[in-house]
Design a protein around this ligand. Structure first.
Ligand code: PLP
Length: 395
């Protein structure tokens, strides 16, 4: 048997392969340079152009850009009118920002369990958590796979709730033949470097509601209004109508996002190619579960996650993970259930979603990003198989 790198053998790769990474080309660099050479580096014309491009791509009427995705979620919860005493139902298998932003507005995140197979927030579990205090459902297109949008929308309608989508992973993905972005009342996309396209830091909310769009803009810039003022003292005059934030995106960020959007479809194509190769390589291996994808969606493959059934291996997930890292494969784990975080434990949360808990014990995220070469992909497969055959328990 080949010696694992963790046991002193030669690693599959000499250099470390991260799990995700931005793809920046000369056009992106030129676009950013043209802004920083100009007069307006913050509130210039690129922000509206970028917002228009994202709105057009997803087919939404309005898009409001923010300094990051977390700020965008905060603004969406504000725009939805969420406040103290309100409950927001979401998934524990997400980045902490999804539920943190509910805490920012004084609302209470309530975690509903994930589906056992798709590892997405389960509409049935959400329905069980709805009570008189529930005001919103926030689903997450985890790993880039769109959730069962129609079911969440029906639930929201039936119980008079706001439906917000955390689409941080799913810009460019499709639900029933349409781009993600118009299924919920508001949808957030993040432009962090590992996300589908990047602006460095950045985020956006897309919506078809002019009312939400107006409130998002108000919150983004200190609660200061440009139109519909109560008085007019002169050309310098502005009015602050609510306690907003400074959550504005800069023109520099927007310039990067503008040219990145031109590459979104080619990025998606490459991610799908890599996912297909992974799936073909692992589908027959007993003890490894490949991702389950719904027939009516096209996943954006933000993450490619394998589940290692613990009873099929002589070691636990941590040992498999460390063995892969030793082979120089930048595996990761997405996510630690949010309620396990010390801050949430302190707030009194319990680990009461069994599917999420079991999921967390067994999963490993493989590297996937558009600029991965075929050699990178082959290295990942070789390393996984090397470690798999080493630790697999014969049936
Ligand atoms: C990245 C991410 C966010 C936050 O976006 P930032 O732009 O990093 O603030 C929120 N939710 C999920 C699921 C994410 O992956």
């Amino acid at each position: 048997m080949v010696k694992l790198a963790i046991d002193g053998g030669a690693p599959v790769r000499d250099s470390f392969l991260p799990y995700g990474k931005q793809s920046i080309d000369e056009k992106d660099i030129e676009s950013v340079l043209s802004v920083i050479r100009g007069a307006m580096i913050t509130q210039g014309p690129m922000i509206e152009r970028f917002e228009g491009k994202v709105a057009e791509y997803v087919g939404a009427k309005y898009a409001v850009a923010f300094s990051n995705g977390t700020a965008a979620l905060h603004a969406a919860y504000y725009a939805a009118g969420l406040t103290k005493g309100d409950e927001v139902i979401t998934t524990p298998i997400t980045f902490v920002a999804t539920s943190n932003a509910a805490l920012y507005v004084g609302a209470k995140p309530v975690f509903a369990d994930i589906d056992e197979y798709t590892y997405q927030l389960s509409p049935n579990q959400v329905e069980k958590k709805i009570n008189v205090n529930t005001r919103a459902i926030v689903s997450v297109d985890f790993a880039g796979q769109p959730v069962e949008y129609d079911r969440f929308r029906d639930l929201a309608k039936k119980h008079n709730l706001v439906y917000i989508s955390d689409g941080a992973h799913s810009l460019g993905a499709q639900y029933k033949g349409k781009p993600v972005g118009t299924q919920a009342d508001m949808t957030m996309f993040s432009f962090h470097p590992v996300k589908p396209v990047t602006t460095g830091e950045g985020g956006i909310i897309v919506t078809d509601s002019s009312e939400y769009a107006e409130r998002l803009e108000l919150f983004r810039s200190h609660g200061i209004k440009k139109d519909g003022l109560l008085e007019y003292h002169g050309p310098w005059y502005y009015e602050m109508h609510d306690l907003g934030m400074n959550y504005r995106m800069t023109d520099i960020q927007a310039a990067l996002g503008f040219t990145q959007m031109d590459k979104l479809d080619s990025f998606m194509k490459r991610r799908r190619e890599i996912a297909t190769i992974y799936t073909k390589s692992f589908i027959e291996e007993i003890g490894i579960e490949i991702p389950t994808v719904h027939a009516d969606v096209l996943s954006g493959w933000h993450l490619y996650i394998l589940r290692f059934n613990s009873q099929c291996f002589s070691v636990d997930r941590k040992a498999i993970f460390e063995a892969l890292r030793a082979e120089n494969i930048g595996v990761h784990v997405h996510y630690i259930p949010v309620y396990l975080q010390p801050y949430y434990q302190q707030l009194g949360y319990h680990a009461d979603c069994p599917n999420a808990n079991n999921w967390y014990e067994e999963v490993i995220t493989l590297p996937i990003f558009p600029s991965m070469t075929n050699k990178d992909v082959t290295d990942v497969i070789e390393a996984v198989k090397k470690v798999y055959y080493h630790y697999r328990v014969e049936a």
